[in-house]
Design a protein. Structure first.
Length: 370
């Protein structure tokens, strides 16, 4: 039964994201050229509405509980979110936590992800349409991408919170060995529950956002799991989910973070404190002490959001599948959408760069007209 539920979760998420990208996002793509700011608002809201669907499945079908504490993340202010990266799926479980705080955070959060994820049909295309940040984990290659994306965010007129995994990758076996080697080489302690953070990328992003006058706060997110730690998609497929996800948030204003090299030391010290918190969590009480304003959101999610998202995406997905099966013109339409997304990957490194190029072209034309 557990395996069947896991397979059902993967199938529903895959087809809903694939067909949602084709039938909901694709029709609005001309706006990315004609009215790029309008496109940005529509795409953000549609992607956020889809994110509510896996959130509903995780809580309703698998019974995962979420204990969310600390400071409220302000969705109307641009910010950096830094979070430890225990598993490859931390971002998935973080959506439920954000939804509890404020459902609109699902429309304003932008995640930095490994570049290959954009190639996943459906989910990858949707995240590209949402202009998530796909990185190669090579600083010299990623610098120009971050510069363009941050400028795009700022000029789009929207306030986004950028989720950055400061460790650079999840805490797998190989990454842990490399982190230990780095610690030994630099006279640092070995971490049991974290990887040593990559401070250069954090400093660059912070400085870039300051340069664009596009940051108000930095939020430190600490995530931990009770029960099964789901560190691979294979475990999801087998129906394994944690019993409870704990997420605590601490807000830092810009004047609390030192300038220059001091910013990197600040992050290193923050990670040292985070290691102690997680050590206490996993070895003693499985509870994160609430930070900052010490809010604690109810574990039971209230409201009709999950019901609406669940009903819509299940019914719409079945309807779209039926339409594809029975109508020739729908098959042709779907083929056009697939060609666009695949072609964007092949020739522009993803749909997000198509939209970015269009935005920059419109901006440059306006500047020339002045």
């Amino acid at each position: 039964m557990k395996v069947l539920k896991g397979v059902a979760f993967i199938v529903l998420v895959f087809f809903s994201s694939l067909l949602g990208t084709v039938f909901l996002l694709f029709p609005f793509i001309p706006l990315a050229w004609i009215q790029p700011k309008t496109w940005r608002k529509i795409a953000d809201r549609l992607v956020g509405f889809w994110l509510t669907f896996p959130c509903a499945l995780i809580e309703w079908v698998f019974g995962v509980k979420f204990r969310v504490t600390g400071d409220l993340i302000e969705r109307n202010e641009p910010a950096i979110l830094i979070m430890n990266h225990r598993t490859r799926l931390d971002w998935l479980f973080s959506w439920n936590a954000l939804y509890k705080m404020d459902p609109w955070l699902l429309t304003s959060e932008k995640i930095s992800l490994k570049a290959p994820l954009k190639m996943i049909p459906g989910a990858g295309w949707a995240m590209s349409s949402g202009s998530y940040i796909f990185l190669d984990r090579n600083f010299e290659k990623d610098k120009p991408i971050l510069e363009r994306i941050v400028k795009y965010y700022a000029e789009s007129g929207n306030n986004y919170q950028i989720l950055l995994f400061a460790e650079g990758t999840d805490k797998g076996e190989r990454a842990t060995q490399l982190s230990h080697a780095f610690a030994d080489k630099n006279g640092l302690p070995r971490y049991e529950y974290l990887l040593h953070p990559r401070t250069t990328g954090f400093r660059f992003l912070l400085d870039m956002m300051k340069k664009e006058n596009y940051i108000k706060n930095v939020y430190d997110l600490t995530i931990a799991y009770s029960g099964t730690i789901v560190d691979t998609e294979k475990k999801l497929l087998g129906g394994d989910f944690p019993d409870k996800v704990h997420l605590d948030v601490k807000k830092y204003k810009l004047d609390e973070i030192p300038e220059g090299d001091g910013c990197e030391k600040w992050l290193t010290d923050l990670w040292s404190t985070k290691e102690k918190r997680l050590k206490k969590f996993y070895e003693e009480e499985e509870r994160l002490e609430a930070s900052g304003d010490r809010f604690e959101w109810p574990e039971t999610t209230s409201g009709i959001g999950y019901s609406v998202a669940f009903s819509f995406w299940v019914i719409a997905t079945l309807f779209w599948i039926g339409a594809i099966y029975s109508l020739l013109w729908v098959k042709i339409y779907v083929a056009c959408a697939v060609i666009f997304y695949v072609g964007s990957l092949r020739f522009y490194n993803g749909a997000e760069f198509v939209f970015l190029r269009w935005f920059e072209a419109r901006r440059d034309n306006v500047d020339k007209a002045k």
